[in-house]
Design a protein around this ligand. Structure first.
Ligand SMILES: *Cc1c(COP(=O)(O)O)cnc(C)c1O
Length: 369
């Protein structure tokens, strides 16, 4: 039989483009013979995991012959208490990306439209396309979400709107009052996902998490993750907060054991390690200062960011700068796939990592000018 079997795939799957992750340290080590590599490319916590999370993983390892708790009861109880929501309002996912995917699988068909912004998180087009729905991409405003344009794009076919707050890769955020007005104005046939993957880092005025709004808006789903400030990207744990009816649907569609037992144990431990989160957030603020101070000194334009990364506009195609930085042993993130070919996204690292990046950048830009 010939390879025409590929033609049997759904139109959604055939039209998909694969997600491009940041280059790994291992991959770069194989390409170039470098002994010290700094990776500031995937918005991971530069402190590594919480020691309490590591301990919890160790303690659960003897039990891994058994299936995990398929309802993640202990973690959900801890999350419910932390956010002041009901246990039944939480859906656990294999990373919050799984929650995003569950949402489109539960609510979106090929006859629907899904709205998200230009330069918004790359997983929104993937989960939209995967179910064969039509993506409506609204123009950005100063790289951030233009809520007026998003509201204007709503039609009777719209089923879902994605908003990342703050947004990746731009670090932009939408203010509380504007977001609430936007949600208020949505017709009842439209769900809204507010993706708060970087919420723990935010320290800007007029920002608020939407989790407390869930009890008011039946069409609101808020997503969070343990991959960023909580330092557990490799374990894959995230969650959604919504009203119970929506959570029940999401929980029916997911795999029965979608979050593994080390991940459940580590997430619960990390959630309780407030000192670690505090340290992570203050390290991020200092590192953001360190990076942006260098950008100002070098005359580089950057977009103010509320998250743990910052997008720099080099005013010319940035791919060659990215590649030259690789040769200096520094991995950052090209964002052409986000329609930002002149930009690079830099994750805030530890002080020595930021310093290493800044020195490499000066070297690279100096050699190019
Ligand atoms: C990193 C990120 C996530 C988290 O994905 P996980 O699947 O939880 O690792 C979600 N949304 C945005 C905008 C992100 O940048």
């Amino acid at each position: 039989m010939s390879c025409d079997v590929v033609e049997l795939a759904t139109p959604g799957a055939r039209g998909l483009k694969r997600y491009e992750p940041g280059k790994s340290i291992e991959a770069l080590r194989q390409e170039l013979d470098l002994d010290s590599i700094v990776k500031l490319a995937s918005n991971e916590n530069p402190l590594g995991p919480s020691p309490l999370a590591l301990e919890a993983i160790g303690a659960c390892l003897p039990e891994i012959a058994r299936y995990p708790d398929g309802s993640g009861i202990k973690l959900k109880e801890a999350l419910a208490e932390k956010h002041g929501v009901g246990f039944g309002e939480i859906t656990l996912g294999n990373g919050s990306n799984e929650i995003l995917e569950l949402i489109t699988r539960v609510f979106v068909t090929p006859s629907h439209e899904v709205i998200f912004s230009e330069h918004a998180f790359a997983v929104y087009p993937i989960v939209t396309q995967a179910v064969g729905a039509k993506a409506i991409i609204t123009p950005a405003q100063a790289l951030g979400h233009n809520l007026a344009a998003m509201e204007a794009a709503v039609t009777e076919n719209t089923r879902l709107v994605f908003i990342a707050n703050p947004n990746n890769p731009t670090g932009t955020w939408v203010e509380e009052s504007a977001l609430m007005a936007f949600i208020e104005a949505l017709p009842h046939h439209v769900l809204i996902v507010v993706d708060e993957a970087y919420s723990e880092y935010v320290d800007v005025p007029h920002y608020a998490s939407c989790i407390p709004w869930v009890q008011r808006y039946a069409n609101l789903i808020v997503t969070r993750t343990f991959s960023k400030a909580y330092g557990l990207a490799g374990l894959r744990v995230g969650y959604g907060v919504s009203q119970v009816g929506v959570a029940e649907l999401l929980n029916r569609v997911r795999q029965p054991f979608n979050v593994n037992s080390p991940a459940l144990a580590a997430a619960q431990a990390a959630l309780g390690d407030e000192a670690y989160i505090k340290r992570s957030v203050s390290l991020n603020h200092a590192g953001m200062e360190q990076l942006t101070e260098a950008f100002r000194r070098l005359g580089l334009h950057y977009t103010p960011s509320a998250a743990n990364f910052v997008c720099v506009d080099f005013k010319r195609p940035a791919r060659s700068i990215y590649e030259a930085l690789l040769h200096e042993g520094v991995i950052v993130r090209p964002v052409e796939n986000y329609g930002l070919e002149n930009h690079l996204r830099i994750t805030v690292g530890q002080e020595y990592e930021n310093a290493r990046f800044i020195a490499a950048l000066e070297q690279v830009l100096g050699a190019m000018s």
